[in-house]
Design a protein around this ligand. Structure first.
Ligand SMILES: [Zn+2]
Length: 67
């Protein structure tokens, strides 16, 4: 896969946008998958979720901002 120079799309997400009482934000991720990977760890450590449900995954995907 070849990436263009300069204008790469970046993805951002904040936990608060899916109704969590949490100020956690992910910025500058290069893909939705990367955000989900980061959130997997975050959800486990901070929200004590063993895993992210499909329902939550959909919510997260809808809340991911592309910049
Ligand atoms: Zn959070």
């Amino acid at each position: 896969m070849v990436f263009g120079i300069g204008k790469k799309k970046r993805f951002a997400f904040s936990c608060g946008s899916v109704g969590m009482d949490c100020g956690f934000e992910v910025k500058g991720a290069s893909s939705e998958e990367e955000i989900l990977e980061i959130l997997k760890i975050h959800a486990k450590n901070v929200h004590h979720m063993k895993e992210i449900s499909d329902d939550m995954k959909n919510k997260i995907k809808q809340s991911i901002k592309k910049v």
